[in-house]
Design a binder for this molecule. Structure first.
Ligand code: 2HG
Ligand code: ZN
Length: 446
């Protein structure tokens, strides 16, 4: 990169928002779990869509690629800079619009954290539907770009179901502003929907118009000890009957043990006493503990409210960090139709080299397993391909909520097939002919 590009970028966003110093760049160059590393000549922090447009035009003129980054909590390397690309940080997009109680909607800047959005909605008596452990750092822009899921998908769907409109800057610097939030509109294809899940490869998202949901303040949770994963899956028809059902999470025994040990807390149930644990959360306008207790009469477990309920979810939220404290795992995020979950875990276990530790947890209702393998060593690539192949063969996906990033580009085409992959690539080429937006993510570098 020439000094003149840095000067041109400084002219666009201001001297203090172009970081070239190695110390200042460092946190942007490695993800939060220290799995992915890269280097960038500079971090650029624009403050408006117009500035993003000018940054993209400036970089396009210099033929330099751009990697957009939100909270940097991604798990597939999609927002870590590569090959001399400029790092476009969206941290300054923290504006939050007024909550519209009539439409139950709000507009949030791409850099607003999920937690700040939840708090903002709650201050108006409403709630934001999508939630997961990294809420304090993960941002709206990242969640839109990865079509984030989390624990409440069983009730409210993924990010795609929350996004009514977006503001986004295309590679040529043109700005699409579709933030009216009309719940019904059939005027052609819905461009915001196309951008959800596109991982920064089609445009830079600067703001999102999102639906809000009722804030169910009364909660009750249960942790159920199941003989096996098959038993856990068998609970789903009964659980889905609960009108207040908010989350159905799965913790295989080792995941429960690892998280409790990391936090230094006593497990709610002895991890070695069951083959699988199901964590159920209910939320409603009036206390749902009775209906939960009634439904679970025949099961072995504990119901938890208030601080004990919060502790259960604190444990659940810390599995990733607990695994990270043990080492850098092979991390896979697969989903299969729920009836095949057991087969997937069996095939995964069979593929492990001796001495490797398997930590499995995830979102049971969506058949979404987080497969973490510690100590796979030289066998890591083989284990990865075996698990991903098994997921696809069983009618599932190689990515349920973390995205493809740079970690699984070799699998996108394999999974989608030539027609669907060809269509996705044609859209990418049409919107970003120079291949400047997040190259190497979703599609292999051309
Ligand atoms: C979760 O559900 C996240 O906690 C992270 O999606 C999953 O660390 C993982 O594998
Ligand atoms: Zn997850």
């Amino acid at each position: 990169m020439t000094g003149s590009l840095v000067d041109d970028l400084r002219a666009v966003v201001g001297q203090q928002h172009v970081l070239t110093d190695a110390d200042l760049r460092a946190t942007y160059e490695t993800d939060w779990l220290r799995q992915w590393h890269g280097t960038t000549p500079c971090v650029v922090r624009p403050g408006s869509a117009a500035e993003v447009a000018d940054v993209l035009r400036t970089c396009a003129a210099a033929g330099v690629a751009v990697v957009p980054q939100g909270g940097n909590t991604g798990l597939v390397g999609g927002s870590v800079p590569r090959a001399g690309a400029v790092l476009l940080s969206m941290q300054r997009f923290t504006s939050l619009g007024e909550v519209d109680p009539l439409a139950m909607q709000v507009t949030a800047g791409a850099g607003v954290t999920i937690e700040a959005l939840q708090q903002h909605a709650r201050a108006a008596g409403l709630d934001f539907a999508v939630d997961w452990g990294a809420r304090a750092t993960a941002t709206v822009g990242g969640a839109v770009n990865t079509n984030a899921g989390g624990s409440r998908v069983v009730r409210f769907g993924t990010m795609r179901a929350q996004v009514l409109g977006l503001q986004a800057v295309l590679a040529d610097g043109s700005v699409i502003t579709q933030l009216d939030g009309l719940p019904k509109e059939t005027a052609g294809s819905h461009l915001p929907s196309l951008l959800v899940g596109s991982e920064g490869t089609l445009a830079v998202v600067t703001a999102a118009r999102m639906r809000l949901v009722p804030w169910y303040r009364e909660t009750a949770a249960a942790v159920i000890a199941c003989d096996s994963l098959v038993h856990a899956v068998g609970l789903l028809p009964m659980l889905r009957q609960l009108p207040s059902l908010d989350a159905v999470e799965l913790l295989m025994p080792h995941a429960l043990a690892v998280a409790c040990r990391h936090l230094g807390v006593t497990p709610p149930l002895d991890p070695s006493s069951a083959g699988a644990f199901v964590l159920v959360d209910c939320a409603a306008h009036s206390d749902p503990s009775d209906e939960l207790a009634q439904l679970l009469q025949q099961e072995r477990g504990v119901i938890a409210t208030d601080a004990r309920r919060d502790l259960l979810f604190h444990i659940r939220d810390h599995v990733t960090i607990a695994i990270g404290a043990l080492g850098v795992p092979l991390k896979l995020d697969v989903a299969v139709p729920v009836q095949h979950l057991d087969r997937l875990v069996r095939r995964t276990t069979a593929a492990l080299p001796s001495g490797a530790q398997l930590v499995v947890f995830g979102h049971l209702a969506e058949g979404n397993l987080h497969v973490n393998v510690l100590g796979a060593g030289d066998a890591a690539a083989e284990v990865r391909d075996t698990v991903l192949a098994a997921a696809v063969e069983l009618g599932g996906t190689v990515s349920a909520e973390h995205g493809i990033g740079v970690a699984k580009t070799d699998w996108l085409q394999r999974m989608k097939g030539p027609a669907a992959f060809g269509a996705l690539l044609a859209i990418k080429r049409a919107l970003d002919p120079q291949g400047l937006l997040n190259p190497g993510v979703l599609f292999p570098v051309e």
